[in-house]
Design a protein around this ligand. Structure first.
Ligand SMILES: [Zn+2]
Length: 531
């Protein structure tokens, strides 16, 4: 029986410490500070900033973090208990933890006897003393102390009495939280749930937390299972960053707590900013967002195919588990050769156009779409190219400019590593001819520079546009010719992001096509905004 059902959960974010262990993730000190501010604005309760003993970058973060103006979140420094057989006040690593000057200190100790004897090479009794001394000493220095029972669940499996005695030592030292760590990430829900319940029952006076990893793909599930049986704190990282398969993902956990388990968190009133936060974190680390991430992914509420799209257009809820707006996401209709009139019409509606599904224009548009898709075009990630195509067909809209000619050359100097590219672009804008030359470090960037230079006189806002991603795919040709190239470009003006596509048997032509669509889209959204 569960008597410990809670109604408020505490969110502890370790993106900046455990999350930065992930492959491909590296935060500069400045990025760490910006992320900390953003996490605070989102309502996170604790932000673990790093391990002051592990590298100078983390110490620099703690120095600057004291100047941050946080509304709510408390910054925690992470480290370990004292070493064996020395006085806690003489331990250099404990000294660094105090020097970090944070209100909260999180220290980890060993719960698994195997690690005590084989890794620490000390006695079970000394390990208990290390835990108790360290917690007590830090408490005496005025810190809030979060005790972090490393490998708790593996330790509990091999020797439950000993694992529980390590928690008792931390409690005796005065720990504010006992956090149970699923460090190796391999346990499933029943085992984690059962052990957590035992802890909650044995330590009714100290709050319990969960720190889980995702190696068995259930990091979120085991964290929530712990909460179900009375754990109060949930630790994790935004977007599930972390070493190996990552930590339990807070961008999944927080909406699950709020929307599925009816538990309140301090992030609840900011939930509609969840998707923005997720993007911000990916941007800070230069990682590509995971389109399939629950709640926040670009694909989370995307519908493809006639039947789904049709049903979704009638009632979104029939194919969506929540209202996407609750987490700042939205329904998307994917365009593909599987889709029929209804999804095109829904897409058009999304773009603010009313169209007649039975009109001859619609029929010719669908034929054109099929032809392009057969050639290798894919519009799912190229909303802006699709938008331009649809408007050209259904509204007969003229392009804002006409391309008369373009040319690009690459030259490299013998005996050096240097090469440069130069592009010439000739356009007709209204009745004026614009003819410019520009350089770039490669042919595509030279073309991009020349195109924007040619347009900036008539459309000054073009200067805001920059390319954020450029991908090239070689496709098997459907047409019995040589392989063809599909280029996908993602652009931003700092406010919106849009995708465009180009296809050709020549990579330069395909790139040019995607670049032209990109600037055309910007011109179109600006002219709509000003009309
Ligand atoms: Zn961890």
């Amino acid at each position: 029986m569960n008597h410990s059902k809670i109604n408020q959960a505490v969110i502890y974010d370790t993106t900046l410490r455990d999350g930065s262990q992930a492959e491909g993730v590296s935060f500069t000190v400045t990025a760490k500070l910006r992320v900390a501010e953003k996490l605070d604005q989102f309502g996170v309760d604790y932000i673990e900033g790093g391990w002051p003993g592990s590298n100078p970058r983390d110490m620099a973060f703690f120095e600057k973090a004291t100047d941050l103006n946080l509304n709510h979140a408390k910054i925690a420094a992470f480290g370990s208990t004292r070493r064996a057989l020395i006085n806690v006040e003489d331990d250099p690593q404990i000294k660094l933890l105090l020097e970090a000057n944070t209100p909260v200190v999180t220290i980890f100790g060993k719960s698994w006897l195997l690690h005590v004897t084989d890794v620490l090479r000390t006695t079970p009794e000394e390990n208990l003393a290390m835990i108790e001394d360290s917690v007590r000493y830090l408490k005496e220095q005025g810190k809030e102390v979060i005790y972090y029972a490393e490998h708790f669940f593996d330790g509990y499996t091999s020797n439950p009495e000993y694992a529980l005695s390590t928690l008792a030592a931390a409690e005796k030292g005065g720990a504010n939280f006992l956090v149970l760590c699923e460090t190796n990430g391999g346990k499933l829900v029943p085992e984690v749930s059962e052990a957590t319940q035992v802890v909650v029952e044995n330590f009714p006076n100290t709050k319990v937390g969960m720190h889980c990893h995702n190696d068995a793909g259930v990091g979120v599930a085991v964290s929530l299972a712990g909460v179900e049986v009375g754990a109060v704190m949930v630790q994790g990282t935004m977007n599930g960053y972390g070493e190996r398969n990552g930590n339990a993902n807070l961008t999944t956990i927080i909406p699950n707590l709020e929307l599925k388990m009816d538990l309140r968190t301090n992030c609840g009133s900011h939930l509609s900013k969840l998707r923005d936060l997720s993007f911000f974190i990916d941007d800070a680390t230069n990682l590509r967002p995971d389109i399939r991430a629950p709640y926040v992914g670009a694909a989370s509420f995307a519908h493809k195919g006639g039947v789904h799209a049709d049903a979704a257009s009638k009632s979104n809820r029939s194919y969506e588990h929540i209202d996407p707006a609750l987490v700042g996401n939205r329904t998307r209709v994917l365009v593909s050769d599987m889709s029929g009139r209804s999804s095109i019409m829904m897409k058009a509606k999304e773009m603010g156009m009313e169209v007649d599904g039975r009109s001859p224009e619609m029929k010719s548009f669908l034929e054109e779409l099929k032809r392009l898709e057969f050639q290798g075009y894919e519009f799912e990630a190229a909303d802006a190219s699709f938008d331009l195509l649809l408007k050209r067909f259904l509204r007969g809209e003229d392009p804002a400019f006409k391309v008369l000619r373009y040319h690009v050359g690459v030259s490299s100097e013998e005996g050096t590593d240097e090469s440069s590219s130069e592009a010439t672009v000739k356009l007709k804008v209204k009745d004026e001819i614009r003819h410019v030359v520009a350089e770039g470090n490669g042919p595509v960037s030279a073309l991009d520079h020349a195109l924007r230079k040619a347009l900036e006189k008539d459309f000054p806002f073009i200067q805001e546009v920059r390319l954020v991603d450029f991908t090239v795919r070689i496709l098997e040709s459907n047409l019995g010719t040589d392989a063809i190239t599909r280029v996908h470009v993602e652009s931003t003006d700092g406010n919106k992001t849009w995708g465009t596509v180009g296809v050709s048997d020549n990579v330069i032509t395909a790139s040019w096509e995607a670049l032209v669509d990109s600037v055309s889209h910007k011109i179109q959204i600006e002219s709509l905004g000003n009309s």
